[in-house]
Design a protein around this ligand. Structure first.
Ligand code: SF4
Length: 326
């Protein structure tokens, strides 16, 4: 039975946060001092994640993405990739900040990971250090090279654009895409930052990003399935592509196929959900797969139409981005 919600959408894409921990302190995500990390006992074990994946696949999930915090901050993630890759799914990917990717790329590829998303918000060393509060751009670049060498492809770069901070780099990122064949995704800044400093004024609309690039490198739109990004190729045939994820200015909730599990086993039907259901307790107190599957299906049936950013009724979720996962 597919995971059908009340708006006729079918959930097929599962995002799994494997840890809330991270080695960076991105200003649009968490405070300088970090967060109070989950106690280890509260974090799902690999076996529990594997069992949940089996249940979700039985409900029609086809793609799995591993997220964090920073997923590679957790030990032995290639082992988990191997377990998940053994299921009947179409795609497994990961979103990482890339700082330790050079160490893990080959093991991840050997375990069955096919492609990777790396979060990079600036190509300038000093600005990267300002935005992440860590001087780690060099290690990210090493990680990208290792990912390519290992055969992880395509490589997508996720860049959160913040007005007055890194919006002057979008053309440089497009140039990097042309030089490398990477797919650069520009993400509108969303109100999920832990210190709640988000404002509408700090959002750079995707239309502005595309216009700025198109003035330098002519773009042609590529029509794709339900993925959140609107993607453009270079009209002159150069390698690579650019895309925009316009959650704030052009919401795409009407075609949403995504659902999430947090590192502590809470099921969220939406990134901005105000409620979640506990899957860890039923996993640990002997409930059957069927009982857990029924709880998941019931939650998806109740999934709301979408976030309400900009509406008077908008309420921030109680979790910040690092505790939900991308
Ligand atoms: S905000 Fe929620 S409903 Fe909308 S696209 Fe994102 S996850 Fe889906």
């Amino acid at each position: 039975m597919p995971l059908l919600d009340g708006f006729g959408r079918i959930a097929t894409d599962l995002r799994i946060s494997v840890t809330d921990r991270c080695n960076l302190r991105c200003t649009y995500c968490m405070p300088a001092e970090g967060m109070t990390w989950l106690p280890r006992a509260d974090v799902l074990t690999f076996e529990e994640i594997d069992r949940l994946v089996r249940i979700f696949v039985s409900l029609g999930v086809r793609t799995v993405r591993l997220t964090g915090g920073e997923p590679l901050a957790r030990r032995d993630v290639p082992k988990l990739v191997e377990m998940i890759a053994a299921h009947d799914i179409d795609d497994i990917s990961m979103t990482t900040n890339g700082t330790t990717l050079a160490k893990h790329a080959h093991a991840l590829r050997a375990a069955g990971l096919e492609r990777i998303n790396v979060s990079v918000d600036s190509l300038l060393r000093h600005r990267f250090a300002e935005m992440t509060r860590r001087d780690a751009l060099d290690s990210v670049i090493e990680g990208l090279t290792a990912a390519r060498d290992a055969g992880l492809w395509p490589i997508k770069l996720n860049c959160v654009v913040v007005r007055g901070t890194n919006d002057d780099e979008v053309v440089d990122f497009a140039r990097l895409a042309r030089d490398t064949g990477y797919e650069v995704r520009f993400i509108e800044f969303m109100p999920l930052d832990a210190d709640e400093s988000w404002s509408r004024a700090s959002v750079v609309p995707s239309s502005e990003v595309i216009e700025a690039i198109d003035r330098v490198f002519a773009l042609e739109r590529i029509v794709r399935g339900t993925e959140p990004a609107s993607v453009f190729r270079f009209a002159d045939g150069a390698p690579g592509s650019v895309g925009v994820i316009s959650s704030v200015t052009e919401p795409f909730c009407a075609s949403c196929d995504r659902i999430r599990i947090t590192a502590d086993g809470q099921f969220r039907t939406c990134l901005f959900a105000l409620d979640e259901i506990d899957l860890r307790a039923p996993l640990r107190d002997g409930r059957s797969d069927e009982e857990i599957a029924a709880a998941i299906a019931a939650a998806v049936e109740r999934k709301w139409a979408g976030h309400r950013i900009g509406a008077r009724s908008f309420v921030r979720p109680s979790r910040s981005m690092s505790a939900i996962g991308g």
